[in-house]
Design a protein around this ligand. Structure first.
Ligand SMILES: [Zn+2]
Length: 98
């Protein structure tokens, strides 16, 4: 049981790192009003992969959870938009009311 929880925590932490990298290169954006992360429609993940790789090369603490596993980091970046909407769902509801 504890093992499973630990695994989930680690997955979530890795997901958060992938989101942070994607925010930095502009694949993701954050709604300033609702603090919700959503994705910007793009197929260009190259910048995110490059940034991820260079952070690992620099031993940046942001990516330390990946323990130099560039491939795994790239996998997380690739899947980073999976559970996200392409806009802030709260803003969309407000727009729909008009
Ligand atoms: Zn919003």
């Amino acid at each position: 049981m504890g093992q499973v929880l630990h695994y989930q925590d680690e997955q979530e932490s890795k997901q958060a790192v992938a989101e942070e990298i994607s925010l930095r290169v502009g694949i993701l954006d954050k709604c300033e009003m609702h603090d919700i992360t959503y994705f910007v429609v793009t197929d260009d993940f190259e910048d995110a992969y490059k940034l991820g790789n260079s952070l690992i090369t620099k031993n940046d603490s942001l990516v330390s959870i990946f323990k130099n596993n560039r491939k795994e980091l790239s996998e997380f970046i690739k899947n980073v938009t999976d559970n996200l909407d392409d806009c802030c769902s709260f803003c969309e509801k407000i727009r729909d009311r008009d």
